[in-house]
Design a protein. Structure first.
Length: 64
Protein backbone atom coordinates (compact mmCIF):
# COMPACT_ATOMS: atom_id res chain seq x y z
CA UNK A 1 0.00 0.00 0.00
CA UNK A 2 1.06 3.63 -0.07
CA UNK A 3 1.32 6.43 2.38
CA UNK A 4 -1.30 8.95 3.36
CA UNK A 5 -1.37 12.44 4.84
CA UNK A 6 -2.65 12.65 8.40
CA UNK A 7 -3.31 15.52 10.81
CA UNK A 8 -2.78 14.89 14.51
CA UNK A 9 -5.90 16.49 15.98
CA UNK A 10 -4.23 16.88 19.39
CA UNK A 11 -1.42 18.97 17.91
CA UNK A 12 -3.45 20.94 15.36
CA UNK A 13 -3.95 24.57 16.46
CA UNK A 14 -6.46 25.39 13.71
CA UNK A 15 -4.38 28.15 12.15
CA UNK A 16 -5.46 27.32 8.59
CA UNK A 17 -1.97 27.48 7.06
CA UNK A 18 -2.34 24.06 5.48
CA UNK A 19 -5.64 24.93 3.81
CA UNK A 20 -4.22 28.21 2.51
CA UNK A 21 -1.15 26.48 1.08
CA UNK A 22 -2.74 23.26 -0.10
CA UNK A 23 -6.54 23.48 -0.42
CA UNK A 24 -6.60 20.36 -2.61
CA UNK A 25 -5.59 18.26 0.41
CA UNK A 26 -6.65 20.14 3.56
CA UNK A 27 -9.83 21.80 4.82
CA UNK A 28 -10.30 23.69 8.06
CA UNK A 29 -13.32 22.37 9.98
CA UNK A 30 -14.78 25.57 11.37
CA UNK A 31 -16.85 23.80 14.04
CA UNK A 32 -13.89 21.88 15.43
CA UNK A 33 -11.33 24.57 14.57
CA UNK A 34 -9.07 21.78 13.34
CA UNK A 35 -7.67 20.82 9.98
CA UNK A 36 -9.13 17.84 8.14
CA UNK A 37 -7.49 15.87 5.33
CA UNK A 38 -9.80 15.71 2.32
CA UNK A 39 -7.34 13.94 0.01
CA UNK A 40 -5.32 11.44 2.09
CA UNK A 41 -3.21 10.27 -0.83
CA UNK A 42 -1.75 13.76 -0.99
CA UNK A 43 -1.12 15.38 -4.29
CA UNK A 44 0.99 18.34 -5.28
CA UNK A 45 4.22 19.39 -3.63
CA UNK A 46 2.25 21.78 -1.44
CA UNK A 47 1.80 18.98 1.12
CA UNK A 48 5.44 19.30 2.16
CA UNK A 49 5.10 23.09 2.31
CA UNK A 50 2.05 22.68 4.56
CA UNK A 51 3.99 20.29 6.81
CA UNK A 52 6.88 22.74 7.05
CA UNK A 53 4.61 25.67 7.91
CA UNK A 54 2.46 23.88 10.50
CA UNK A 55 3.17 25.57 13.87
CA UNK A 56 1.96 22.54 15.82
CA UNK A 57 3.87 20.02 13.72
CA UNK A 58 0.57 18.20 13.29
CA UNK A 59 0.88 17.06 9.65
CA UNK A 60 2.74 13.90 8.71
CA UNK A 61 2.84 10.97 6.32
CA UNK A 62 1.61 7.62 7.61
CA UNK A 63 2.58 4.37 5.94
CA UNK A 64 -0.10 1.88 5.13
Amino acid sequence: MGRKVVVDQERCVGCGNCQSLCPEVFRLDLELAKSQVIKPEGGPDCVQEAMDSCPGGAISWQEG
